[in-house]
Ligand binder design. Structure first.
Ligand code: NDP
Length: 481
């Protein structure tokens, strides 16, 4: 298979590929560091043109029968499933993630979102409110033009997770992928047109933070949905506030995974692996603070190290590879610095370490304390920090002692404790005896600094629509004078 991934053009505006007028944007394959495509960023004028195209197309799209809009999304999902192999190959080139993962996790979950919201579109109804003689009703209406801005870890999934509910509700979208991974969103734009979406309903602009900032403040934009880090989220939220725009913020985390000593050891170890090393650890909801009850701690660490020793690290396009490179050298350097800081602070390196070049092996720290940087800051790499605790009250208090609140997990065989603990955890998405499973049927999102709004499930509908209330007078109007 080829390593070239040059698209027809860098942007997609008003139903057609358009070349960017901004600076060059080379796209590198993280495994080799070689250029696989050369794109150009959107100019400020092109960002405005994309928003205008979206604004022009949106009213007619919103006026269509919801079932007809839904059918377009369902067709797009079917096209994605048919082309999953080709799309997954491209996703691997764009992100460096193993083809073993991209085949099952990326476009597949994007297709699931398009199917889900395609089906849901026709089921969204208002409410009839009886008021005696008079009555009122509500209509759930589109917001207008939505801006989507994505991170680089799940570029195509993020594009689909934002586009599917937005389009289902009759909005149009202008999407800016991360400049690190610009290719998947262009495919989604083509596929939506092929599936019957009118031109202008889904547009793609490319570029870095400046292009994102121009998009967020475009006067045509009514809503901004960002997946990114907390610092970017803060900036984007503030910029959106100026125009009273709606926001969804899917931001970072430092999520706790609490393992009680009655847990099934192998299941807890398996979940901790999924919670830290899938996609080379570049996942927002990762359970990077693993709290181990003292009775299970050493057995857990021994089993974990044993299982991690079997991991196959290497060429992402080799179907046997389980663990790929980090997205870029800058990010790899940041992760190495975080690992070095953990060692300097006195945490015990159970396995892993800095690695070489683009690769950082699965790294596990033990004997960490809550005040160490490795236990406080989001590393966004394959670094698990384990901490020990004595009892439930302590575990919950320490798990919550963070500004983040994206996700959390608990492993125990004690049914009542499991539910009591998740009820007490300050996190938007929790798992009991599981971790990092995010089916489209369930709401996903964070609390505290990890964000607001929810993606997926029927809950996402509320974040891509607004309520109109209509009072219906059925008789004479009684005025006092
Ligand atoms: P960043 O916050 O660096 O960037 C996110 C996106 O925002 C990128 O497209 C970026 O552009 C863009 N951007 C940057 N500055 C601005 C601005 N001022 N205005 C508008 N857009 C801007 O995140 P990363 O791409 O590095 O992704 C990693 C982060 O994302 C982690 O913190 C991770 O936890 C979080 N994340 C959260 C998820 C969730 O669902 N909660 C899921 C996945 C990741 P560019 O980078 O191209 O310059």
């Amino acid at each position: 298979m080829t390593h070239s991934a040059q698209p027809v053009a860098s942007l997609f505006i008003d139903g057609a590929p358009v070349e960017g007028e901004g600076p060059a944007l080379p796209v590198l394959y993280p495994y080799t560091g070689r250029q696989i495509a050369l794109l150009h960023e959107a100019s400020a004028n092109q960002v405005a043109l994309a928003c205008e195209a979206a604004a022009r197309a949106q009213p007619a799209w919103a006026a269509m029968a919801p079932a007809d809009r839904g059918r377009v999304l369902s067709r797009a999902a079917a096209i994605i499933r048919d082309r999953n192999e080709e799309l997954s190959h491209l996703e691997t080139l764009d992100t460096g993630k193993p083809i073993q993962e991209t085949r099952v996790a990326d476009w597949a979950s994007g297709a699931a979102a398009l199917e889900y919201f395609g089906g849901l579109a026709a089921t969204v109804t208002g409410q009839m409110i009886p008021l005696g003689r008079d009555w009122a009703y509500t209509r759930r209406e589109a917001l207008g033009v939505c801006a989507g801005i994505g991170a680089w870890n799940y570029p195509s999934q993020i594009a689909c997770w934002k586009a599917a509910p937005a389009l289902a509700m009759g909005n149009a979208m202008v999407f800016k992928p991360s400049e690190e991974t610009p290719l998947g969103a262009l495919k989604l734009a083509e596929i939506l047109i092929e599936a019957g979406a009118p031109p202008g309903i889904f547009n793609v602009v490319q570029g870095g933070g400046q292009v994102g900032a121009a998009l967020v403040t475009d006067p045509k934009v009514a809503k901004v949905s960002l997946t990114g880090s907390v610092p970017t989220g803060r900036r984007v939220y503030a910029a959106a506030a100026d125009g009273m725009r709606h926001v969804t913020m899917e931001l970072g985390g430092k999520s706790p995974l609490i393992v009680f000593d009655d847990a099934s050891l192998d299941d807890a170890v398996g979940a901790a692996i999924l919670a830290n090393f899938y996609s080379s650890g570049q996942i927002c909801s990762n359970g990077t603070r693993v709290f181990l009850q003292r009775g299970i701690a050493e057995r857990f660490l021994a089993r974990l190290a044993q299982r991690l020793a079997t991991i196959r690290i290497g060429d992402p396009l080799d179907p046997d590879t389980q663990f790929g490179p980090i997205i870029n050298p800058t990010q790899a350097a940041r992760i190495r610095a975080a690992i070095a800081a953990g060692q300097d602070a006195g945490a015990r390196l159970v396995c892993g370490g800095g690695g070489e070049g683009a690769f950082i092996p699965p790294t596990v720290f033990a004997d960490a304390t809550d005040d160490m940087a490795i236990a406080r800051d989001e590393i966004f790499g394959p670094v698990m920090t384990t901490l020990t605790f004595a009892d439930e009250t302590e575990a919950v208090a320490r798990a919550n002692a963070t500004g983040f609140g994206l996700a959390a997990g608990v492993f125990t065989q004690d049914l009542t404790r499991a539910h009591r603990v998740v009820a007490a955890l300050e996190a938007g998405t929790c798992w009991i005896n599981a971790y990092n499973l995010t089916p489209v049927e369930m709401p996903f999102g964070g609390v505290k600094m990890s964000g607001l709004g929810r993606e997926n499930s029927a809950a996402a509908i509320e974040h891509y629509s607004q309520l109109k209330t209509v009072y219906v007078g059925m008789g004479a109007v009684e005025a006092p004078y």
